[in-house]
Design a protein around this ligand. Structure first.
Ligand code: TXA
Ligand code: MG
Length: 339
């Protein structure tokens, strides 16, 4: 199949493909998604096939307005407050669904579903023109970093999907915050740009699995079910800028070709003669450019080790560290331990 590229000017053609049960990748402010008519079971099945995604991993339902959510789920007053505050935007809300309202292919057999109202105007136009909500997992092959440009999508999905709606690079760069509003205490299941200090003033205490975000997780074996954002090279997180000289000295002893994924200040100090990818100026640009950086090193297979800058886990840092932890399989540089 030929994968066609669409733009804002040709949204109607992309919408016709969605209506015909085909797959069209779409831009959002977080990452690119893989769109299919959420009410068409065979279209949804194609999404799992194109991504190589395990069928028990449920999909987000992407909507252009909150009225569409109420077709499938009851919007509680607390959920409505979140929609008032953060929609359209980078917050995905899990709600109990009306029995039978959505296919098990979408929900993975759960009695809940995840709903998201993204910011991108071309995508909102696509959903309105198609006249149906679209499922929207990230448009990468399962296990690879999420795509933040149409080129990333094409790299993974060329020939596997009918089209890509290209609206330039994503601004946030990591996937939306996922909050479960179906439990007694709301729970953050995935950190994103909307963090708990923004959520708690609106809905009170939320739980979040902090140890998964910041701490030194046990390295996960490649190929495990939960492998995520995994580049070909081994990523090792360097938590503090001051540890970079020791980390570089260690990397030089490994006889591997290594690269550095870090912000400009660090690269200016330590990046000479080393394969590098710039994460820009600060945590905002680092989060935006993280997945592009991981994909960059995949295109340079001689690099088998990547030293990646760590950040404190407040604000956007919790989303950044959550993703880099997974791509590193929990590996951190420590000047005291052997690697
Ligand atoms: O920013 C985003 O959310 C992007 C853009 C394209 O919208 N989409 C995205 O989708 O990241 P995906 O499928 O890659 O991640 C959705 C996450 C998955 O980890 C999935 O397991 C979880 O949300 N999820 C979906 N429905 C759920 C449910 N009913 N209960 C618990 N987790 C759910
Ligand atoms: Mg994903």
């Amino acid at each position: 199949m030929e994968t066609k590229i669409f733009t804002r000017a040709t949204v109607a053609d992309a919408a016709a493909l969605i209506q015909a049960g085909e797959l069209v990748a779409f831009p959002t402010e977080t990452v690119y998604g893989l769109g299919a008519d959420a009410t068409n079971v065979s279209a949804v099945e194609k999404v799992y096939k194109a991504k190589g995604r395990p069928s028990d991993n449920p999909l987000i339902v992407t909507v252009a307005d909150r009225e569409t959510v109420s077709r499938f789920a009851t919007i509680t007053p607390e959920a409505a407050k979140l929609m008032d505050a953060f929609w359209p935007g980078s917050l995905t809300i899990i709600l109990p669904i009306k029995p039978g309202a959505l296919s098990m292919k979408v929900t993975g057999g759960l009695q809940t579903a995840a709903f998201r109202n993204p910011q991108n105007e071309a995508t909102l136009d696509l959903i309105r023109t198609a006249g149906t909500p679209i499922v929207g997992p990230s448009a990468n092959l399962s296990g690879k970093p999420s795509p933040t440009t149409a080129q990333h999508v094409l790299h993974d999905m060329d020939g596997r999907i009918a089209g890509i709606l290209d609206d330039g690079p994503c601004e946030v760069g990591v996937e939306s915050t996922v909050i479960d509003m179906s439990t007694d205490v709301p729970a953050i299941l995935r950190p994103g740009a909307v963090d708990e200090t923004m959520l708690e003033p609106i809905i009170g205490p939320v739980s979040s699995d902090k140890h998964k975000v910041g701490a030194k997780e046990t390295p996960k074996a490649p190929g495990m079910k939960y492998k995520h954002y995994a580049p070909e090279a081994q990523v090792v997180i360097v938590d503090k800028p001051a540890d970079f000289p020791a980390a570089i000295a260690w990397a030089q002893t490994t006889s591997q070709t290594f690269g550095i994924l870090a912000t400009d200040g660090l690269l200016a100090q330590y990046g000479q003669d080393i394969e590098e990818y710039s994460l820009g100026a600060d945590i905002t640009t680092a989060t935006r450019d993280l997945f592009a950086g991981l994909r960059y090193f995949d295109l340079h297979p001689q690099v088998s080790l990547v030293l990646a800058e760590g950040f404190p886990t407040d604000g956007l840092g919790s989303a950044y560290m959550n993703r880099i932890e997974k791509s590193a399989g929990g590996q951190h540089f420590s000047s005291k331990s052997e690697h």
